[in-house]
Design a protein around this ligand. Structure first.
Ligand SMILES: NC(=O)c1ccc[n+]([C@@H]2O[C@H](COP(=O)([O-])OP(=O)(O)OC[C@H]3O[C@@H](n4cnc5c(N)ncnc54)[C@H](O)[C@@H]3O)[C@@H](O)[C@H]2O)c1
Length: 240
């Protein structure tokens, strides 16, 4: 597979290792110092098939559109730009292109997404429990709450009848789900859902040990979409 890495930071460097380990070719690496290299002429000349995009909330959208308009499929992991997701879907359709998005590429986190949805359904029958969500990440993370926390929060709001929306602050409003973002030194990512009654606590926690699981998931997604058309997510990749 002829790949492009867009965003050569913590994730881009991990993805590079996994791509090479799995025998893929990297035809271009783009970061903030050579953004002009990401252009349709260059992508065509290099024969790029799939771009893996882990840049910044402010730059992801334009990078994705450039790739889709150039006939290059995109696996995007950048969070914090999702207000433009519908636009991306539209362009992907217009161009008969391929787009894969996940707020988290770790298999374990995606299992937790499903467990949290199921737990929320079960908890409809137990109103004595209130629920909160906490995420902890390294201090360089630009968006808060994390895209992963937003996915978990949306899953709870969708499945737990007594929560109407999530808020990124402490709240005592009964139908609001409290989502707190904590920033601490070098933590790759911890997400905890807590149900609390007067008598006990039930917690569901995912704690990433490193970034390798995330990078591997992104490369598996790139392999999955290569040769396909349309918009895909981790549910398609993992067969949920
Ligand atoms: N979906 C997931 O599984 C997942 C996992 C980890 C991180 N993330 C997200 O991925 C993004 C990147 O994370 P990171 O930890 O690697 O960040 P990072 O700060 O280490 O790296 C960001 C990189 O983007 C580059 N960049 C800046 N402007 C650019 C542009 N216009 N075009 C291309 N590259 C540009 C920077 O030079 C840098 O190399 C963040 O949004 C983060 O939240 C998602």
């Amino acid at each position: 597979m002829k790949t492009v890495i867009i965003g050569y930071g913590k994730m881009g460097k991990e993805i590079e290792k996994i791509l090479l380990e799995r025998g893929h070719e990297i035809v271009l690496i783009v970061d903030e110092n050579n953004t002009a290299d990401l252009n349709p002429g260059n992508l065509k000349r290099l024969g790029a098939q799939i771009a893996i995009e882990f840049s910044t909330p402010d730059t992801a959208y334009n990078n994705i559109i450039t790739c889709l308009r150039s006939g290059v499929g995109v696996v995007c992991g950048t969070t914090g730009w999702l207000d433009k997701f519908e636009d991306v879907k539209k362009v992907c359709e217009q161009e008969n292109g391929t787009f894969f998005y996940a707020s988290n590429y770790s298999v374990g986190v995606n299992i937790m997404f499903r467990m949290s949805e199921k737990l929320a359904q079960i908890m409809n029958a137990f109103p004595q429990y209130d629920v909160t969500l906490e995420e902890v990440h390294h201090t360089q993370k630009k968006d808060a709450p994390s895209g992963t926390a937003i996915t978990i929060a949306e899953g709870i709001v969708k499945n737990l009848d007594r929560k109407r929306k999530w808020v990124n602050e402490t709240t005592t409003v009964a139908d609001e789900l409290e989502v707190l973002a904590v920033r601490r030194s070098v933590v790759p990512g911890i997400h905890t859902v807590t149900y609390e009654s007067e008598d006990d606590l039930i917690t569901l926690t995912h704690s990433a040990k490193n970034r390798k699981g995330l990078a591997t998931g992104a490369v598996l997604a790139a392999e999955f979409i290569c040769g396909k058309k349309g918009v895909y997510s981790m549910s398609d990749l993992l067969g949920f």
